[in-house]
Design a protein around this ligand. Structure first.
Ligand code: ZN
Length: 595
């Protein structure tokens, strides 16, 4: 009995639906665009249906457009009669989509493309995509014309070509090699995929991983959980890597052929190396607010506000430097990378441009000088050249010092006058880095064993330079005392190891001993700071030098917060080290994080 009732109800509902549909059909205007197949696109035809919803009761519903890409074997539905128009002419699906967008904008509903119609199944060429051949670290220049404009990447062989008109190298490449799928690398079309020579766009979620490798982006949630992840990731090329702690290519070695070596020998110069750039890039991103800022691409607003087009060339170069640093940062943290390392080509290029080649790949630079320059250049890039404005750089690294002329007040008659004179001779300066001087103790041989004894000095002794009473003599600035009045969130220390002038280049090999956590109140008289001001710091990055003053190498020790382990990074090589090893290195630049 109940079964009969259910069947009856179902039949009734079905009949009603059919009647309703039949009544509604003539009122749905459908656009059918069928481009005339050109000679090259004969194997494919494009059909676009626009079905705007006109139902008044559901006016809030978006208009639905369905884009169908069909093969020759699929019959094209014949235009139905009544309210249906058809349109011929070349131009392919792009024009059809444009027209659909026009229709959409005229009635202002949302535009939807039914993606299932554009799956792997409907675009047979997506099988040609070879992810292992793709490398987006290189400068985005056409491999034929060297033009940086309208560049597309062939997703089959990974080469870059200008596209995509019929006279372009990308078009020629598609015809001559039968590589059909191209991804746009230009800012305007970034990540959109086109099939050449047919020239239609492919919308397919299965290509999202390539888009992410080209331009990794992060959600605030993803960034917040970064430091909780301890697992290694496996790149598509099979390499295991730690997101955020990836090896960086040494670009001088990669580029240096036999001729370059001969040239260097002729010049009697130190061999080129970009290890100085790699260690600083690794060190800087340990400052978590700085890292998060770039992972979330917050620089885009700052850079946009500075309107680079209206600025001088040096500001434009600094803006580009900031963008390249952001890209490097986002690639280094990418959890599903195609390869387990990053080549900082574009960052190096931006550095060379912005520094007028003061820092380059042909000559090993000084990491301390590079860091000082980079912080300044990126700060100016983020503040449109306004040095006094705050930026993420100053928020992370800037502290303040009282600098007093030590000779002032010495000849004063009484204490109060001396204090007055001292106050008058005191200036407050901001700092991003503190320099520490090593005592000039030569290496000596142990009388009994004949072994070389390397002198040692505790870091706390070196920091006494900033206690406000130690007089620091220098030829350039005279005798001064320094007192820290504002501690930065991240303290950068530079242990001045190298002595370089026109005649010689020497290294002081004195070992600096330090615990991995320090409280500056135990080391310096900081009673002028408020009692609740945090003064405890832990070491998070330690750049050290190995070997001879010229021709040696720079490495960096990194504390990974997620597993509290130390890693040594030497260009491409990332290996875990015991924390005791960090203190045994010839430390040069250190980054301390306030706890
Ligand atoms: Zn190709």
């Amino acid at each position: 009995m109940s079964t009969t009732a259910a069947t009856l109800t179902l039949t009734l509902v079905l009949t009603l639906t059919l009647v309703l549909t039949l009544t509604l059909i003539p009122r749905i205007p459908t656009t059918l665009i069928q481009p005339r197949p050109s000679q090259l696109s004969r194997r494919r035809r494009f059909v676009l249906f626009g079905i705007p919803r006109r139902d008044t009761s559901s006016s809030s519903l978006p208009t639905t457009y369905v884009v169908l890409v069909m093969g020759d074997d699929v019959p094209v539905p014949a235009p139905a009669s009544g309210g249906v128009s058809s349109e011929g002419g070349g131009g392919g699906v792009e024009r059809a989509v444009k027209r659909a967008r026009l229709l959409e904008s005229s009635s202002s509903p949302t535009f939807h493309v039914t993606k299932s119609c554009l799956s792997n199944h409907s675009c047979p060429y997506l099988d040609m995509v070879d992810r292992k051949s793709l490398n987006f670290d290189f400068a985005k220049f056409c491999s034929v014309t060297l033009s940086p404009q309208n560049v597309y990447c062939c997703l089959t062989c990974g080469k870059f070509f200008t596209g995509k008109s019929t006279s372009s190298p990308a078009y020629t490449h598609s015809v001559s090699t039968s590589h059909y799928v191209f991804m746009a690398l230009d800012k305007k079309l970034l990540g959109r995929v086109f099939v050449l020579p047919d020239n239609y766009e492919v919308v397919d979620r299965s290509l999202d991983d390539i888009r992410a490798a080209l331009n990794p982006t992060y959600t605030p949630q993803a960034v917040a959980s970064l430091d909780a992840k301890t697992a290694w990731a496996r790149a598509l090329d099979g390499a295991d890597y730690l997101p955020g702690l990836v090896g960086l290519n040494n670009l001088a070695m990669a580029a240096g052929g036999a001729s370059a070596t001969q040239q260097r020998k002729a010049n009697q110069k130190a061999p080129g190396s970009t290890d100085y750039l790699n260690v600083i890039a690794q060190l800087l991103v340990r400052a978590q607010p700085l890292r998060d800022y770039f992972l979330l691409q917050r620089e885009a607003d700052a850079v946009h506000a500075s309107a680079p087009s209206a600025q001088a060339a040096d500001t434009q170069n600094r803006v580009l430097l900031v963008q390249r640093f952001s890209e490097l940062c986002r690639k280094a943290w990418h959890p599903t990378a195609f390869k387990g390392h990053v080549s900082p080509h574009e960052f190096l290029q931006a550095v060379q441009h912005a520094s007028n080649r003061a820092f380059n790949a042909d000559e090993q630079g000084d990491p301390q000088a590079f860091l000082a320059w980079l912080l300044d250049a990126m700060h100016l890039g983020l503040t449109a050249g306004k040095r006094k404005k705050a930026s993420v750089i100053t928020r992370c690294f800037q502290g303040e010092l009282d600098v007093r002329d030590a000779s002032a007040g010495e000849s004063a008659e009484d204490a109060s006058k001396a204090a007055e004179a001292a106050a008058a001779a005191t200036t407050t300066t901001k700092f991003l880095m503190l320099g520490l001087d090593l005592p000039d103790t030569p290496l000596h041989l142990d009388a009994k064993s004949g072994a070389t004894i390397i002198p040692q000095v505790p870091l706390s002794t070196l920091l006494q330079k900033y206690n406000g009473s130690t007089v620091h003599e220098s030829l350039r600035s005279g005798s001064k005392t320094y007192r820290i009045t504002k501690l930065p969130r991240y303290l950068v220390l530079n242990i001045k190891r190298f002595l370089k002038n026109n005649f010689f280049f020497e290294k002081n090999r004195t070992l600096v001993t330090f615990p991995l956590e320090i409280d500056l109140r135990d080391i310096l008289p900081l009673s002028h700071l408020s009692a609740d001001e945090p003064t405890r710091y832990r070491l998070v990055a330690n750049v050290c030098h190995d070997g001879e003053p010229s021709g040696g190498t720079y490495k960096v020790h990194i504390l990974r917060p997620s597993d509290e382990k130390w890693y040594e990074v030497h260009d491409l090589r990332v290996s875990e080290v015991m924390h005791q090893m960090v203190g045994l290195s010839e430390a040069y630049v250190q980054l301390w994080e306030r706890l």
